[in-house]
Design a protein around this ligand. Structure first.
Ligand code: SF4
Ligand code: FES
Length: 233
């Protein structure tokens, strides 16, 4: 099938503003959007710039706006898009080039919630044990691949840089509700600040955008409740 790609291009070395460029590509219906982007890059325009690594929905590097929705290009099939498709960089962060955005703010927010196990006492001669029920408590938020699709779909992120964003809250949730962790207080303090969870307006854009189907809005609400009732359970 022949598909017209309309891609938002921007090269800071020669452009003063972004502009759309069209490419006609021959694809199989079962090709992924990422395959088509490779075809453009390899056979039509080597200057087209985008991030990708695993090509299998694991590394999270190829999130972009596909027909106005944040998606991983490696998980989207051409047969779901018909003969015209518009590709743009994620919103809210500065564009480095074409579909590549500056992720500094994203990872600064991620780091701010201490996304690692905090446990002072080492277990004696054994692993840190946990019941299946305790593990289930945070199972959903372990699935995050840090693609930024959620945070850049959030209208709060578009209007202020004073919000940690859904991805950082998801990764805080993953440890706050881990029975082996003792750092919930540290993370909840960060998330109780003006840039924390209270900026969330429960728009659900993040949940719609997540390629891992994480119930992000639910996780954010659970963190809010932990703050309100001073209880992690
Ligand atoms: Fe991506 Fe989902 Fe993680 Fe957000 S929560 S960064 S959308 S995987
Ligand atoms: Fe790794 Fe798409 S290239 S998630």
């Amino acid at each position: 099938m022949e598909v017209t790609f309309r891609i938002k291009r921007f090269n800071p070395e020669i452009d003063t503003k972004a502009a759309y460029k069209e490419y006609v590509v021959d694809v199989e219906p079962t090709d992924r959007v990422l395959d088509a982007l490779f075809r453009i890059k390899w056979y039509q325009d080597g200057s087209l710039t985008f991030r990708r690594s695993c090509a299998h929905g694991i590394c999270g590097s190829d999130a972009m706006r596909i027909n106005g929705r944040n998606r991983l290009a490696c998980k989207e099939l051409m047969l779901d898009y018909g003969n015209k498709i518009t590709i743009e960089p994620l919103l809210g962060y500065q564009v480095v080039k074409d579909l590549v955005i500056d992720m500094t703010r994203f990872f600064d927010a991620y780091k701010s919630v201490s996304p690692f196990l905090i446990a002072d006492e080492a277990p004696v001669n054994r692993e840190r044990l946990q019941s299946p029920a305790d593990r289930d408590r945070f199972e959903d938020t372990t699935k995050c691949i840090l693609c930024a699709a959620c945070t850049t779909a959030c209208p709060i992120t578009w209007t202020t840089d004073q919000f940690v964003g859904p991805a950082a809250i998801v990764n805080a949730h993953r440890f706050i509700f881990d029975s082996r962790d003792q750092g919930a207080g540290i993370r909840l303090k960060v998330l109780n600040e003006r840039s924390g969870v209270w900026r969330c307006r429960t728009v659900f854009n993040c949940t719609e955008a997540c390629p891992r189907d994480i119930e992000i809005t639910k996780a954010i609400e659970e963190v809010k409740r932990a703050l309100l009732f001073d209880k992690v359970s």
